[in-house]
Design a protein around this ligand. Structure first.
Ligand code: AMP
Ligand code: ZN
Length: 495
């Protein structure tokens, strides 16, 4: 029996108990438009989607996950006007569109790895799926959902009466907007499926099609790529909040019109990372990148931890002080974890009991502020042994994705003779010549101390310290040897 997971579904405006349609569970996330670096606002959205995916996996679901790469067709206005962002990016940098796409896709992937986000099963690129897009537009045309103007093929939203339902759009308010920016569109909500290349400008990216040389509309890209690899209805479709009104309403209209099936069962949207002066936007130029954070000593994990300070459906205000506070608090958390001994037996029941609050928070629509509070609570839980705390944190980290146990010295081994004990703590078992040398040094030091030769005892301690071995005398007369790094200690002490 899997735990119940509740997710807020934009389609119903309600938290719903997750009941997948597919096995593996299918997830499609709208990907980056690769005309510039991703900013940390974009990355906030991928962090929330990663928590969702990790949660599903931790709950025992198999997942098939796609993130597309938008390398053509995303115009500066979502209303299908303005320049293609990719073509303007190329102009800005004096490079080809293909070079721009390859470079910023690589940079995005680097960010993705730095943030320890789980790789999707596929990263489909829009420019690799032009034929699927043309096929879908042809299907829509055959079914009577399109009309052609001088600059392209448009989806006729008048033929899809439920268009306004998804985003709760007010059709009367939309009519008022019809006076602006209509071009040859019949309704303000109609959108381009295929744009014909302008006559007065040579585009770098264009393809032949039944409607003339041109390029796909941004919205059709996602529908065609999602349906090329996943079957309708998808289980989950995600994106940032800005996609609800136009992009996702359009994806639903064209996909459902083409297939006759619901497009996706659950729609999850992440709120924006905001600046004091409004939203962080690539097109506005007022944005901060992960590299900029790193150059200020803020690790990608610390930024991720900062994102966990707000629920994904709440706006999160970016400030340098706020992110620095997260650096400190993540470091405190790591210190707390590193100081846990791994003594004691592990009762899985105790570990599960200790994780009740954590799972309660995660399964309540991915409430990360509460989940992080539950991890702090765990650290202070007096009913758990060190080993149980480490096991519980390991399980929580499968969702948090912070590598909380990396570098934590948690393997213990014991040497004992004539009532004298040496406890080794390291990230691996202390065996072989290193173990013999450490035992010998500890015994020499014990003898020196017994003979009150404190200088000799201290120099042994210093020698060990140089090899990264910290010696501590415990109240019961035993000695603890904390070995920072097995290879280093062996190289220094066993030559
Ligand atoms: P783009 O590269 O602009 O197509 O956006 C990639 C993803 O980032 C999309 O899911 C957007 O909805 C999301 N996004 C854009 N700006 C922000 C922001 N300031 N905060 C959070 N997510 C954002
Ligand atoms: Zn999309």
């Amino acid at each position: 029996m899997k735990r119940e997971l509740y997710l807020f579904n934009t389609a119903s405006s309600k938290k719903e108990c997750f009941q997948p349609v597919n096995d593996p569970v299918s997830i499609y996330c709208c990907g980056p438009t690769v005309y510039n670096y991703a900013h940390i606002g974009n990355l906030r959205t991928y962090i929330f989607e990663d928590v969702l995916k990790r949660t599903l996996i931790a709950l025992g679901y198999k997942v098939k996950h796609l993130i597309n790469i938008t390398d053509v067709g995303h115009l500066t206005s979502d209303a299908d006007t303005g320049e293609d962002k990719m073509e303007s990016g190329a102009l800005r940098e004096g490079k080809t569109v293909w070079d721009i796409a390859a470079f910023y896709t690589g940079e995005f992937m680097k960010n993705f790895r730095d943030l320890l986000l789980l790789q999707p099963d596929l990263w489909p690129k829009a420019t690799d799926h032009i034929s699927q897009m043309i096929d879908m537009v042809s299907t829509l045309e055959q079914k009577g959902y399109t009309y052609t103007t001088s600059d392209g093929v448009y989806f006729d939203t008048g033929k899809f009466p439920q268009y306004c339902e998804f985003a709760n759009l007010d059709p009367n308010a939309l009519k008022a907007g019809e006076r602006v920016d209509m071009g040859e569109k019949r309704m303000v909500t109609d959108f381009a499926l295929w744009k014909i290349s302008p006559k007065d400008k040579k585009r770098q990216m264009e393809w032949d099609s039944p409607w003339g040389k041109g390029f796909p509309g941004w919205h059709i890209e996602c529908s065609a790529m999602a349906l090329a690899y996943l079957s309708a209805p998808l289980d989950i479709h995600c994106g940032g909040m800005d996609h609800v009104r136009v992009h996702h309403s359009n994806e639903i209209a064209q996909s459902e019109a083409a297939t006759g099936k619901p497009f996706a069962k659950y729609w999850l949207h992440g709120e924006f990372l905001v600046l004091d002066k409004g939203k962080m936007a690539k097109s506005g130029g007022n944005f901060v990148t992960l590299e900029a954070l790193k150059s200020e000593g803020i690790s990608p994990e610390a930024y991720k931890f900062f994102c966990y300070s707000a629920h994904y459906r709440s706006p999160l205000r970016f400030s340098w002080e706020g992110v620095r506070a997260s650096v400190q608090s993540l470091s405190n958390l790591r210190k707390g974890i590193a100081s846990l001994g791994s003594q004691g037996v592990v009762s899985q029941q105790s570990v599960q009991d200790a994780l009740v609050h954590f799972w309660g928070a995660v399964c309540d629509d991915l409430n990360m502020p509460r989940a992080v509070a539950a991890v702090w609570e765990l650290l202070k839980n007096n009913n758990l042994s060190g080993a149980e705390k480490l096991e519980a944190i390991k399980q929580a980290d499968a969702v948090l994705g912070l590598d909380l146990l990396v570098g934590v010295q948690h393997v213990e081994s014991l040497w004992e003779k004539d009532g004298y004990k040496i406890m080794f703590i390291a990230d691996t078992q202390i065996i072989g010549p290193l173990r013999d040398v450490l035992v010998q040094k500890a015994l020499q030091r014990k003898v020196a101390r017994a003979e009150k030769k404190y200088g000799a005892a201290d120099s042994i301690r210093d020698e060990l310290q140089l090899a990264g071995v910290v010696v501590k005398d415990l109240p019961d007369g035993s000695t603890e040897c904390m070995v920072e790094n097995f290879d280093k200690a062996q190289a220094v002490l066993c030559e």
